[in-house]
Design a protein around this ligand. Structure first.
Ligand code: SF4
Length: 300
């Protein structure tokens, strides 16, 4: 239900009803909370790119580990987050007698399978598997792992220079990339490819993120001030923030309520609060409440 925080100065503070956790993240957090009721649980990497939510789950006992920790562990229970993991992680778990609680998002699992199948059915001497995504991002590492590390990751338009245009190209995308940027990459490759070389692309961008781009622009445009709430490491946070900025230059990125500058609140009659798929609703509510309090109490 949409919630407006109106206060005595008649300012409106609204939380974007379409912002907040996507189902992949909800699923991972629910699995973690259910397992924590039964005892100790480790999570490989931050469960979500939001330190406030990571801290909340830490107080419940969720311990974040990295891949080196996993190598050294024996006989523990480890949750794999929504981003997914390469096959080598499952192999380490098997060798170390580690019980995996697999919270990989079904959308990511499907993409991993698609890439793995393509890799297994093409000749690496004559073709390249290319992933449009953020180099080093956990999801991308999981995708590259499906190709025994052979896939080429391109992050920017200029990166297509490293492709061999005499070989077939099979292009996929990390689930949280911008559809517009993906289309630009497709167009650039199409312009360079010449028959009989084959170019095949799969738009594997998650619509849970892509569909938010338009709605977040509309939300940002109708407010005088926008506070975009996201953690630094959030990939879709960066994409959604840029959509907000296109629609409303008076947009500020914050990660928690303490980062609100009271001066921002002086003149706007309406304040919109929105965030990434890794931004918890409770955090946006805390920020809305702080805005209402500051607007009511500050002398500006
Ligand atoms: S953004 Fe999409 S693919 Fe990624 S975790 Fe959420 S639902 Fe899954």
């Amino acid at each position: 239900m949409r919630k407006n925080y109106k206060h005595q100065m008649n300012k409106i503070v609204e939380i974007d009803p379409n912002s907040g956790f996507c189902f992949g993240v909800v699923n991972a957090i629910e699995k973690a909370e259910a397992e924590l009721c039964a005892g100790v649980l480790y999570c490989l990497g931050d469960i979500v790119h939001n330190s406030q939510e990571v801290d909340r789950l830490k107080t419940k006992g969720l311990q974040t580990i990295n891949h080196s920790d996993l190598q050294a562990m024996r006989g523990k229970k480890v949750l794999l987050r929504a981003h997914g993991e390469p096959p080598s992680t499952y192999e380490t778990a098997r060798l170390n007698d580690i019980q995996i609680i697999d919270a990989t998002c079904p959308v990511v699992l499907q993409l991993q399978k698609k890439i793995r199948t393509k890799y297994q059915t093409t000749d690496p001497q004559r073709s390249q598997i290319v992933i449009f995504g953020k180099i080093g991002h956990a999801e991308v590492n999981g995708l590259v792992g499906q190709t025994e590390g052979k896939a080429i990751v391109i992050e920017h338009k200029a990166d297509i220079e490293q492709l061999d245009f005499k070989k077939d190209i099979y292009l996929f995308s990390q689930t949280t990339m911008s559809v517009d940027d993906f289309e630009t990459i497709v167009t650039e490759i199409q312009a360079r490819i010449q028959a009989p070389v084959h170019f095949n692309y799969s738009d594997t961008i998650c619509r849970k993120v892509a569909n938010r781009m338009q709605s977040i622009q509309q939300f940002a445009a109708k407010h005088d001030l926008v506070l975009f709430v996201a953690g630094e490491k959030s990939s879709n946070g960066k994409v959604l923030l840029s959509e907000c900025l296109k629609a409303n230059p008076n947009t500020h990125l914050i990660s928690n309520a303490s980062e609100i500058d009271p001066k921002w609140l002086k003149s706007p009659a309406s304040i919109g609060i929105c965030g990434a798929t890794s931004t918890p609703k409770w955090l946006m509510e805390a920020i809305a409440s702080k805005c209402a309090t500051l607007s009511a109490t500050c002398d500006f």
